[in-house]
Write a protein that binds this ligand. Structure first.
Ligand SMILES: Cc1cc2nc3c(=O)[nH]c(=O)nc-3n(C[C@H](O)[C@H](O)[C@H](O)COP(=O)(O)OP(=O)(O)OC[C@H]3O[C@@H](n4cnc5c(N)ncnc54)[C@H](O)[C@@H]3O)c2cc1C
Length: 411
């Protein structure tokens, strides 16, 4: 690519911004066109379920800092409608075709719709964007009782924020514990107790079978015959990758955009496409640190690291780019407890307490799975209120459990 060329970035979230910054850092002098559907410059989503709902931060505080002179062409409030891989063009509204030499796909995800949940209601909300957060905030301001459908991270954080506002809160989830998929049953149960201790009512292991609304509120009908009555409901039951604009490209869009280990997208014949990479929540790639199964990772730090890596990989080309092999990291705050994760706990088949005391809710739990020789290998670790202790385990991901526990004792 030459300095007169253009790199288009679809998605002006954290991954897209990080990719743009990296392009300039490594000397890209051609045009960068940032195409984003939202009207805002890139902002931090993580406070949307936390400080923005508790009033500790306001929308203007969420703008992301930019550390490099981007000199980008911003196409905000502009939705990419399609991609012509052969002609190297992004299709935009008004039949516009934007030619590019390089493309970074960073279009993120959107909330999954819960079948049966009313779509257009001023009492039932989902949370992904700043606009969503404003709606949820306004709904909480009118409410005394809130129902949260979904006990994943976003649902749990919304429940905490609502309790901070002294609202009555009920979480409903079909899984037997909170954070079941991310942390597994044992830690999920600990987090469930934390929520109960802070006055959150839990209906776990039960699905939603129906909804009704009247002037005074919403009623959520549960599979077990119970009904939860609330003034407002927030649904947080997972996400769906934003690949709608990529239909008809022949790319593999099963649960996100399939990529090679280097973040290059994979064409219909299974080959890496030179000049097109993907990053952030939308990208599904094999992290060879763990295995060769492609997966998506929806973490803030991953969006930064993968955006930066994708920029490097785009300029290097598929033959010379290195594989993207991060140790994923995630954090959450719930009722004053800091939850942090390193590695991929959900790959674990067994759990060992590495540090601390579950009764005091200060622990580091190690997640292991059998390695090639059957010996348990650490694939992830989760800490409750133990940030320092967790740090030491980050570098031990991939090590046999015996070595991990010995190092832990020695530390
Ligand atoms: C409420 C909330 C709280 C979170 N809290 C945490 C946390 O505590 N810790 C943590 O590690 N992670 C957290 N996350 C996850 C983290 O914010 C995401 O992993 C990260 O923002 C992903 O960045 P991204 O750039 O890949 O996607 P996004 O930020 O979703 O950006 C994608 C952008 O692309 C745009 N777009 C989509 N399709 C098109 C199109 N066709 N044309 C143009 N633009 C398009 C979208 O509108 C969006 O602006 C949280 C997420 C949410 C929603």
């Amino acid at each position: 690519m030459s300095a007169t060329d253009r790199i288009a970035i679809v998605g002006t979230g954290l991954a897209g911004l990080s990719a743009a910054e990296r392009l300039r850092e490594i000397g890209w002098q051609g045009e960068i066109t940032m195409i984003g559907e939202e009207p805002h410059r890139p902002y931090n989503r993580t406070p949307l379920s936390k400080q923005l709902l508790t009033g500790d931060r306001q929308p203007p505080d969420l703008a992301l800092n930019v550390y490099t002179e981007l000199d980008a062409a911003w196409r905000l409030s502009t939705r990419a409608l399609g991609l012509d891989i052969e002609r190297r063009e992004v299709l935009l509204p008004g039949n516009e075709r934007l030619p590019f030499n390089g493309l970074i796909i960073a279009s993120g995800v959107e909330p999954r719709h819960l079948p049966g949940a009313p779509l257009h209601s001023d009492r039932i909300w989902m949370l992904r964007t700043l606009a969503d957060a404003r709606n949820v905030d306004a709904a909480l301001a009118q409410a005394q009782h809130v129902a949260v459908i979904g006990g994943g991270f976003i649902g749990c954080e919304i429940a905490c924020s609502a309790r901070t506002r002294a609202l009555d809160v009920t979480i409903i989830d079909v899984s037997p514990t909170l954070l079941h998929r991310a942390l597994g049953p044992a830690l999920g149960a600990l987090v469930g107790d934390l929520h109960r201790d802070h006055g959150v009512k839990l209906h776990l292991g039960v699905g939603v079978s129906g909804w009704s609304e009247d002037k005074r509120g919403v009623t959520v009908q549960l599979d077990d015959g119970e009904r939860v009555r609330a003034d407002a409901a927030v649904v947080g039951v997972g996400t769906v990758p934003r690949v709608d604009w990529l239909w008809h490209t022949g790319l593999d869009l099963t649960d996100g955009v399939l990529c090679t280990p280097t973040t290059h997208v994979v064409d219909a014949d299974g080959y890496a496409v030179d000049g097109i990479v993907a990053a952030g929540d939308v990208a599904r790639w094999p992290n060879l640190r763990f295995d060769d199964t492609p997966r998506r990772v929806e973490h803030w730090i991953n969006a930064i690291e993968m955006g930066r890596h994708a920029a490097d990989a785009l300029l290097a080309g598929p033959q010379t780019a290195s594989p993207f092999t991060p140790v994923p990291r995630f954090w959450s705050h719930q009722h004053g407890v800091r939850i942090q994760s390193v590695g991929m706990p959900r790959l674990g088949t067994d759990l060992t307490i590495l540090d601390g005391d579950p009764a005091r809710r200060r622990i580091v739990a190690g997640y292991t799975r059998p390695g090639a020789d059957g010996v348990p290998v650490l694939v992830g670790a989760v800490a409750l209120d133990s940030p320092r202790a967790l740090l030491g385990y980050r570098d031990l991901i991939g090590q046999p459990l015996a070595a991990v526990t010995m190092r832990g004792r020695a530390a």
